[in-house]
Design a protein around this ligand. Structure first.
Ligand SMILES: *Cc1c(COP(=O)(O)O)cnc(C)c1O
Length: 407
């Protein structure tokens, strides 16, 4: 049988051309191609500033530091997300506080978010203080999981009510919209990933998007070791003077070779999303016709899902399975059998509270975040990429049907 990867990047000669331009120019560190890539990406999302980085993980860290997150503070993040979301919080010295998600959208449950804010914190001098640890609540890092925006209006309402910062983890969600407004326009900043699993890629890479030009300037300084150009060098054109370093920054710069690749990729973004959205509609039809054991992903009214990943849930009722743990075993066996016949699938993402570092540090148990735990055990990502045909998708769904029948 034909082999289907879970995803694959979409390249043409244009990537090769632009990368070779970059090599021929002799300029391979961060330079004009990165600057142009930042401009084009921000423009696509309707945001004024883009700050390219080495990954979304470093983009998140950079944005969090620039927006003041540090030791002695808490940041709330969903319990079902790639570990980088909460790792970035840990990198600042702050404490991640988890919030459960919804099983239908895989995104943060804003009712649970309100409960956490109102039950675990008390207001003192206009700040929210963690009743147990004394930490100040800095803000929220909602995730637009798999290319679907979370209920960001509700998140923002809480943020306004309690004076909190919002950094959107939009690693998967470049191009995602609500009522025509792109991700990134909602929070204080948003962070994108250009890892090959995401919609467009630069190999590794990330970007912070923001409408705040002061913060963008500060992130550019922090990205380059904390360097600022001295007034003397700036005003008198003394290019030989080294910049000033008044704080310990990072080296989070993207290379111009990657910037070149990004420039070729950003032009393809709309095509990629369009193709994936078509593929998602086909899967929705095929699955509802012959695979009731699978629950298809939702796209709420007004939302524009980019289907960075097409993620289903197992329907335990239809399968006659009584527990999430049993469901998880069934799911893993199914994934193994599909892998064996050439269909690559993956669990959607993981429940952070069940990962070693977080479990050990905070003493979490599975029931702490029941929906994240269920999605960890029951989610399945199906192959979806530019170039997959309706025939391929029929082949995949028919073979899943056969495999499920034989289990
Ligand atoms: C992929 C991903 C990240 C990390 O992106 P990198 O570019 O690999 O660092 C962070 N958050 C979420 C939700 C992701 O899916």
């Amino acid at each position: 049988m034909k082999k289907y990867p879970v995803t694959k990047p979409y390249f043409t000669d244009e990537e090769i051309q632009l990368i070779s331009d970059s090599l021929n120019s002799g300029w391979v560190a961060q330079g004009p191609k990165v600057a142009e890539f930042e401009k084009q990406t921000a423009k696509h999302e309707g945001i004024s500033e883009g700050v390219a980085t080495t990954s979304c993980t470093t983009a998140l860290h950079l944005a969090m530091v620039a927006y003041g997150l540090k030791a002695g503070m808490d940041a709330i993040a969903p319990a079902f997300t790639f570990v980088a979301t909460t790792n970035a919080i840990v990198m600042t010295g702050a404490v991640p506080v988890l919030c459960d998600i919804r099983q239908d959208t895989f995104n943060i449950d804003t009712e649970n978010l309100r409960q956490i804010i109102e039950n675990q914190y008390e207001s003192k001098n206009g700040r929210l203080i963690n009743k147990k640890t004394g930490n100040v609540l800095w803000g929220i890092v909602p995730v637009h999981e798999f290319g679907l925006c979370c209920d960001i209006y509700e998140v923002n309402k809480l943020a306004t009510e309690y004076n909190l910062t919002v950094i959107e983890d939009a690693a998967c969600a470049l191009g995602a919209k609500i009522n025509g407004i792109h991700q990134g326009a909602f929070g204080n900043a948003s962070c994108i990933s250009f890892h090959p699993r995401k919609s467009i890629t630069t190999g590794e890479g990330g970007m912070v998007l923001t409408d705040d030009s002061n913060l963008a300037k500060r992130m550019r300084e922090l990205r380059t070791h904390g360097s600022t150009v001295s007034a003397d060098a700036r005003d008198k054109g003394k290019g030989f003077l080294l910049p000033e370093f008044n704080e310990a920054g990072y080296n989070y710069r993207m290379t111009d070779v990657q910037g070149a690749m990004g420039l070729a990729q950003i032009k393809k973004l709309d095509t990629i999303i369009e193709e994936k959205r078509k593929g998602a509609v086909i899967y929705n039809e095929l699955i509802s016709d012959i695979l009731p054991e699978f629950i298809t992903p939702v796209e709420p009214e007004g939302y524009f899902h980019t289907y960075q990943s097409y993620v289903c849930m197992l329907n335990l009722e239809v399968l006659g399975i009584g527990s999430v743990e049993e469901g998880g075993k069934y799911r893993n066996t199914l994934l193994e059998k599909l892998e064996a016949i050439g269909i690559a699938t993956r669990q959607g993402t993981h429940a952070v509270h069940m990962l070693g570092y977080y479990k050990n540090r905070f003493g979490y148990v599975s029931e702490d975040y029941v929906n994240a735990y269920a999605c960890d055990h029951l989610s399945i990502t199906l192959p979806l990429y530019v170039g997959i045909s309706r025939d391929d998708q029929e082949d995949i769904v028919r073979n899943i049907r056969k495999t499920v029948d034989a289990m």
